[in-house]
Structures are given as structure tokens and as C-alpha cells.
Design a protein around this ligand. Structure first.
Ligand code: ATP
Length: 622
């Protein structure tokens, strides 16, 4: 059997460490000035790769990408290039991590480090319960920090999995030397499935759709048939059996039937009568926001909480709502949003919202992002506004790299492009002009404390990296692998300083090509898009704005068509002063009656408990 090799790519499309030549080759073939080397051991590969990073600014974040160690993989001699057909099973060495590609030898890293807020006591409490192994559903109004908490959960699981792996290696060594009996591994307990109900939400948290993770396609077949299909597929079946905990984000967009089918498969495949067969379930989402997409009218919508298995999976005491709104600071605005969320709007609040039809005056060159219900109106507005600019247009085509499915099949480029178009908002074709209003769509938490997903600005120039560096304009944090010699002229964007800025950011920033992955169920890229992470921002659909924080917003409610849509749109704004609402009327504030009915007792109970706790905390019990 030929010796297994590891491949370190210092300069290439996506620098990192790879366990197969196929993946490494994709990073270096046809890449001018690529630097790479093969090693017999992953640690040696990592060491060489990291040595290359030392030349970069100290605060540039990076992580190493490893191939999925669970899979049987092909090796190939990096230098000889002759593929061997031998399949080698690798030892498990390191959890797969998301790549934040480093800039190599370009001195173009970010100016400050990534930042996440400290968790509130409420967020901490939920994290603790989840780390104890409990199934949990956490919800909360828009802007209460569900995504922040979710990222903290993922980080905590990954850390524990890594810690356990180190302990297990040690246990294994001691077992081999006869020092100890082979104890049960705790690694599996921390093996986390990161999924969401939609592809877009999955990409946002560095995971896949729950459908893809579970191996159920659209999930429309009967539960038993789906189970049989999962059983026939060794990789999927193993994933179900060996995962310790499963996150499903945006659970509000999962129907009751699908929830029950997943629960059934879990029990059958893990041969346990416990809910989901004992797999820990972590659910997050807000049922008052956008509901599951249904073919019929909204009265036929069924929610996950209506699933037959819901109460077995999530006992009453294992649900809670985050109650502190972080996105908006004005009490009046928070109060209006809270009642809108439940479909209620007081007449004095109607007057306030109707009063927001006025035009907001911004300094010259500053414009709000437009939110609209329908895709067609968004496309038309952006096209018209771009056409109206008389500067020459520059078109940037995405470079899509197909990856592999979780079954190990290579995707073709057309399917990769289809997947990227469906699951991300990074455009396949980006036409820009000087004067265009754009929004940065990098994924959180890849941020430098100032520019985040949702930051907006205006294109003011196009420059090569060398030209930009010469006038002290730095590339946006997270751009990597681009040589200063690249001749491509990337857009320079003048970002509007954020009220929430925590660091210093040059107002003018070069935004070169970056990458986004759609991950398969094993956490490996199924498709990767290389593109400038900008979209035109004169108009955006409300569905695509879900999850974002927008500092200046103009919302047209004329074509609202579903419950929760008005609430999602208005709750993106951070302040009434920078919010313009066109065509507001009370009947456009709609909450689904069954959500209200289900949530009311739970919300009341939590409120009573909190009031009681507060009372006890302040009571003089002496
Ligand atoms: N503990 C915290 N301290 C300070 N700020 C926080 C905290 N948690 C969240 N935030 C901030 O609040 C804003 C909204 O957070 P986040 O996007 O996580 O909310 P969300 O509940 O997921 O919202 P949505 O339902 O609209 O997607 C972000 O700017 C985030 O940084």
C-alpha cells in the first residue's frame, strides 16, 4: 500500500492542508505562482503551511482545512501526478474547520481582530443547558441574539470535540501499552451536525440543509421509505448513528410532517425508543418570522411545533425565548416591533409607522437599502438604477469550483453553479459602476469589528491590489491568496461608517474576490464560488434580508404576501430615524393565528417566571 500523503498549499486558490491530491490540485492547478508541497504526516504539512503564514500580519485570522477523515480517500503523488487507485483509510486527526483563507505574502490582512459580543446571562444559561446534553429550542424576537448564541454553541462543541480527541488519543496510547482498559470515547458526544431549514440559512452558519444532512432529498416520501433509503446509504446511515447533537436553525421554516419524519428516522436508525433515537436536538428560530414555504394557502401551513413528536423532543421546560433586543436601542421602536410580531398594532403606532413615509435626508452619497417583497421588483429596480449611472460598467463573473457530494461523487460545474445560485446570495454575474450602491455579503463572524455582513457603501473606483496599497487602501478582511501582482481591477468601496463600529476602518476599502462554500452533509465543500462579495443594494427581497441588521432602510410594503413578512422587514432596521416605510397599512401586519395560539401560554409562563425571579432577587427576605 503506498504511503498516505498530506498536501499543504501555501499559495493557491484556497491555502490550507488537504488529505487528497484531488482537492489540493483544485487549489493549485492553473493558479499562477502556486506554492505547495506533500508530506507523509498532517502535522508536518500543517507546520510548513503555518510557517508560510508567519510572514502575514499577526492579527490575521486563519484556520487550516482538512479533508473529511471519515471517508475512504484516494492518494496521488503530488510531484509525480500519477494517481494511485489504492483507497486508504486515514486516522482521525482533526475536526474539519471552515476556511478563512489567509493572504499570502501580500501584507493585506485585516486591521483588527474578529469580534463577537459577550453572551448575556440569558444566552449563557441556554448554552449551559445545551452543553449538559439537553434537547433545547430557543427562540426570541428579531435581534435578540439567536445567531450569536448559535455560533457560540457551535464553537463550544467544536472545542470540546477537539479536547476529547486529544484525550482519546492519549487513552488509546495507554490502552495499547496495557496501562488502562479501553474506555468509551466521548468524542462522539460532541460531534455536531450543523444544519438549517434552508440552504441560505445553512450557508450562514457554516452548515448544510437538514435535508442534505439527513439524506432525505426533499423529504416528501413516507417516513419508512425515507428510513429505508437512509439505511441503504452507508455514509448517511453512519452520520445518523455517530453524531452526538444536531442543530437545526430557522426551524420555523420546517413543517410538522418533515419534523416527524426526521424524528422517526432517528429512532429507527439509532435503534432507540428515545426521541430522535437519543440524538441531542438543538433548535433555533422564531415562528413569528417567515413560515415554511407551502404550495397552498397559508392556512395549510403546518409548523414544527405541531408535529406529533414535538413535545417528546422538546419538553416544555426546554424552550425559552431570548427577551433582550440588541438590534434596536429605542424603547418605543422595540415596543412597536414586539406587538407587530404578534400581529397587533395600536392606533397610535399606526400613526407613527405611517409617519415614516417621509424621505430620510442623508449626507450626499449615502442611501438606504431598499427592501421589497417580490424578486421581480428587486431585479427591475437594481437594473434601472445601474443603467442610470453614466460611468462604464465592469462585469465580474464568478468562478465556480465543483466539489463533492457527501456520498463522494464529484459534482459538475453546472450543478455546482445551480447549488451556489440557490443557496447563497453571492452573484454569478456582478455588474458594477462607479456610483453603485452595494452591500457586503461576507459571512459573519468573518469581520474585522467594523465591516460585517450587511455593511453598505458606494463604489468609488476600480484598482489593482498594488494600486490600492500604494494609496493606503487595504483589501477587506478575509481576502486571501491574491498576489499584489494581480492585474484585475477590483472595486474600491466607500463604506459608510457604522454606528456600531468598534474599530478603526479605512472608509475606502478594496473588495477583491473571496470565496463562499456550499457545504455537503459531511461538512466539505460541495461547491465553491470565487467572487467579489458584493450585491447591488438599491433593492433586496425581504426573504433575503432575514437575519441581517441594516442601518438605513427603505421598505415598500405594497406587495406583502405572507405572515411575518412585514415584521421581518421592519425589524431589520436599527432606528426609526433611519427607517422609511412606504405603503404601510395595519392589515399588512400579519402574524399566523396558530403561532399566536401556540406561543401565548409559553410566553406568558416565561414572563411570569422572570417577574417572579426579579421579585425574589429584590425582595428583602431577612
Ligand atoms: N450578548 C450580546 N451583546 C451585545 N450585542 C449582541 C449580543 N447578542 C447579539 N448581539 C447583537 O445583536 C444584533 C442581532 O443579533 P443576532 O443577529 O444574533 O439576532 P437574531 O436573534 O439572530 O436576529 P434575527 O432573528 O433578526 O435573525 C447583532 O448586531 C449582534 O451582534
Amino acid at each position: 500500500m503506498p504511503k498516505a500523503k498530506w498536501y499543504a498549499v501555501r499559495v493557491g486558490r484556497r491555502p490550507g492542508v488537504y488529505a487528497t491530491w484531488e482537492e489540493a490540485a483544485r487549489q493549485v492547478n492553473g493558479y499562477p505562482g502556486a506554492v505547495h508541497k506533500s508530506f507523509p504526516h498532517p502535522k508536518a504539512a500543517e507546520g510548513w503551511y503555518r510557517a508560510g503564514l508567519r510572514q502575514r500580519p499577526a492579527n490575521t485570522s486563519s484556520s487550516v482545512r482538512y479533508n473529511d477523515p471519515e471517508q475512504s480517500i484516494k492518494t496521488e503523488d503530488l510531484n509525480g501526478g500519477i494517481p494511485s487507485t489504492n483507497h486508504v483509510k486515514r486516522p482521525y486527526t482533526h475536526p474539519t474547520s471552515m476556511v478563512t483563507g489567509p493572504a499570502v505574502n501580500t501584507d493585506i490582512g485585516p486591521s483588527s481582530s474578529a469580534s463577537e459580543p459577550d453572551l448575556s446571562s440569558q444566552q449563557e444559561e441556554i448554552l449551559k443547558r445545551i452543553l449538559k446534553g439537553e434537547n433545547y429550542f430557543f427562540t426570541g424576537s428579531a435581534g435578540t441574539g439567536k445567531s450569536v448564541l448559535l455560533r457560540a454553541i457551535i464553537k463550544a462543541f467544536r472545542q470540546r470535540e477537539e479536547d476529547e480527541r486529544i484525550l482519546e488519543e492519549d487513552r488509546w496510547r495507554r490502552y495499547l501499552s496495557g496501562e488502562v482498559n479501553n474506555e468509551r470515547s466521548e468524542v462522539q458526544r460532541w460531534k455536531l451536525g450543523v444544519t438549517a431549514s434552508t440552504g441560505m440559512a445553512g450557508v450562514n452558519i457554516g452548515g448544510s440543509t437538514v435535508h442534505s444532512w439527513a439524506g432525505i432529498g426533499l423529504g416528501e416520501l413516507p417516513a419508512e421509505k425515507l428510513y429505508q433509503n437512509v439505511l441503504r446509504n452507508k455514509i448517511t446511515a453512519k452520520r445518523w448513528k455517530t453524531t452526538g447533537a444536531l442543530i437545526i436553525d430557522e426551524v420555523s421554516m420546517i413543517g410538522a410532517k418533515l419534523f416527524d419524519k426526521l424524528e422517526y428516522i432517528g429512532r429507527k436508525i439509532r435503534k432507540s425508543t428515545e426521541p430522535f433515537g437519543g440524538l441531542q436536538i438543538i433548535l433555533s428560530g422564531d415562528f413569528y418570522q417567515l413560515p415554511p414555504v407551502t404550495k397552498g394557502s397559508s392556512s395549510t401551513t403546518s409548523f414544527a411545533f405541531e408535529a406529533e413528536s414535538w413535545e417528546r423532543v422538546i419538553p416544555k421546560d426546554n424552550m425559552s425565548a431570548l427577551t433582550r433586543v440588541f438590534r434596536q436601542k429605542e424603547d418605543a421602536f422595540v415596543r412597536i416591533l414586539e406587538s407587530m410580531r404578534r400581529g397587533v398594532i395600536a392606533s397610535k403606532d399606526i400613526d407613527v409607522l405611517k409617519g415614516l413615509e417621509r424621505t430620510v435626508e442623508y449626507p450626499k452619497g449615502v442611501e438606504p437599502v431598499g427592501l421589497y417583497p417580490q424578486k421581480a421588483e428587486v431585479a427591475a429596480i437594481n437594473a434601472d438604477r445601474l443603467k442610470a449611472l453614466d460611468s462604464p460598467s465592469q462585469v465580474f463573473m464568478a468562478f465556480d469550483v465543483p466539489g463533492i457530494t457527501s456520498q463522494g461523487y464529484a459534482l459538475d460545474t453546472a450543478r455546482a453553479t445551480h447549488s451556489l445560485n440557490r443557496n447563497t446570495i453571492w452573484p454569478q454575474e456582478l455588474e458594477l459602476k462607479i456610483g453603485a450602491l452595494v452591500m457586503l455579503v461576507i459571512l459573519t463572524p468573518n469581520q474585522d469589528g467594523v465591516l460585517v455582513n450587511g455593511s453598505t457603501g458606494t463604489v468609488v473606483d476600480f484598482m489593482t491590489i498594488a494600486e490600492a496599497l500604494a494609496v493606503n487602501i487595504r483589501p477587506v478582511s478575509g481576502s486571501f491568496g491574491l498576489s499584489p501582482d494581480t492585474k484585475v481591477r477590483w472595486p474600491v468601496v466607500e463604506f459608510i461608517p457604522s454606528k456600531f463600529a468598534s474599530g478603526n476602518i479605512a472608509k475606502r476599502v478594496l473588495v477583491p474576490q473571496m470565496t463562499v462554500d456550499v457545504l455537503n452533509a459531511s461538512g466539505r465543500p460541495e461547491a465553491t464560488r470565487h467572487q467579489i462579495p458584493l450585491i447591488l443594494a438599491w433593492a433586496l427581497t425581504i426573504h433575503k434580508s432575514q437575519g441581517q441588521t441594516l442601518e438605513r432602510v427603505k421598505i415598500d410594503l405594497n406587495n406583502i404576501f405572507v405572515e411575518g413578512q412585514t415584521y421581518v422587514a421592519i425589524s431589520r432596521a436599527v432606528s426609526l430615524d433611519t427607517l422609511q416605510i412606504l405603503n404601510f397599512s395595519a392589515h399588512k401586519v400579519m402574524a399566523h393565528s396558530r403561532v399566536i395560539e401556540w406561543a401565548r401560554p409559553f410566553e406568558q409562563e416565561q414572563k411570569d417566571e422572570e417577574e417572579w425571579d426579579e421579585l425574589m432577587a429584590t425582595a428583602d427576605l431577612t
